[in-house]
Ligand binder design. Structure first.
Ligand code: AHM
Ligand code: MG
Length: 332
């Protein structure tokens, strides 16, 4: 049972016992992520103070400029996971290909792969706006003892065993699911401990917030244009409020608490939208569904899409169930 003032450490231990056949590997994995997140949090918080801001001068595989903190967070999460020998493979939005991880005896004997976006929304850092880390965990398909292969990473989202995000906001929170609901923990930076602050998070069934980059309106498909007009109509409980931070984790976190819909559609400029299926949409979709919300590409459930490549992009509609269903009606 979740206790008041429970720490994340206590929560993990307690819930590991509930999994009959758990070897503790997943718990150790979540532990490593919370540790790395504390270090990244520290760096993000002092970004305004030290000369860590600005472009790193490299371009990632998506052709986007990387910022220093992206590179830092990427390296830190990867090193933390590798050093603790708890995963057999890592794929990151910032890496061209996946990384194979060997155990101390070079045995490839760990069972989980992690896919992550180490610092999402990083263009927000230099204007002091919230950013996030997103992670997704799968059990490997290839037999234990062998090096991981691409197929271990190209699994549909419905095979995830855990997913979560860290939001570096006015306070830092870690929100995650292992398929038994969603729980949120807030970091007390003075003592470096996360406390259970939002047990059993639930998406309101409906809401009044729509989050979409309307600057791209002219490029949107007709269904999306019509849905936006619907949101703005003076009828029933509408017009809705428009809120768009441009930081996926923050936009979805707010909508999960207040009720709302987030949309990054395809457009005449970006054929499959901008967001990546494996690093952004699948983990967020797993969390959103576990919280009672809905996530689709406008037509299909995100979690049922069979990925074909690591850096695949997909249109993303997610949030309060009835709102996503309404948007899907407009897409027909
Ligand atoms: P990033 O992974 O390069 O940071 O991009 C992802 C971000 C999301 O956090 C956010 O929802 C989206 O890009 C905003 O894009 P846009 O500026 O096109 O609206
Ligand atoms: Mg991203």
């Amino acid at each position: 049972m979740t206790q008041p003032h429970q720490t994340l450490g206590e929560f993990i231990i307690e819930h590991q016992r509930a999994f009959k056949y758990s070897t503790g590997e997943l718990s150790r994995l979540i532990n490593s992520i919370r540790l790395a997140a504390k270090v990244v949090n520290h760096e993000v918080n002092k970004a305004g103070l030290v000369d860590i801001l600005g472009q790193h001068g490299e371009t990632n595989i998506q052709g986007e400029d990387q910022q220093k903190l992206d590179v830092y967070a990427n390296k830190l999460f990867i090193e933390t996971l590798i050093n603790r020998e708890i995963v057999c493979g890592i794929a990151s939005e910032e890496e061209d290909s996946f990384i194979t991880v060997q155990g101390h005896n070079k045995a490839h004997d760990n069972k989980y792969v992690v896919l992550m976006d180490p610092l999402d929304g990083s263009s927000n850092i230099d204007v002091n706006v919230s950013v996030g880390t997103i992670f997704s965990v799968y059990r490997r398909i290839t037999p234990i003892g062998q090096p991981v292969e691409m197929k271990d990473f190209l699994q549909p989202g419905n095979q995830q065993v855990a997913a979560g995000y860290i939001i570096y906001g006015t306070s830092t929170m870690l929100v995650y699911t292992t398929g038994h609901g969603v729980n949120g923990f807030t970091l007390n930076p003075a003592i470096g401990t996360y406390y259970l602050s939002n047990p059993n998070l639930k998406f309101p069934e409906t809401g009044q917030i729509y989050s979409i980059n309307e600057g791209n309106y002219v490029h949107f498909p007709q269904g999306v244009k019509d849905y936006i007009k619907y949101c703005q109509e003076e009828k029933d409980n509408r017009p809705y409020t428009s809120r768009y931070i441009g930081s996926l984790v923050s936009d979805i976190h707010r909508n999960m608490i207040k009720g709302g819909i987030y949309i990054y559609p395809k457009s005449s400029k970006v054929a499959n939208g901008k967001l990546r299926l494996l690093y952004e949409c699948n983990p967020m979709a797993f969390i959103v569904e576990q919280a009672g919300g809905k996530a689709s590409d406008g037509y299909r459930r995100i979690l049922d899409i069979q990925p074909t490549e690591l850096h695949q992009r997909v249109p993303f509609f997610c949030g309060s169930k009835t709102m996503v269903e309404k948007a899907e009606e407009f897409m027909k």
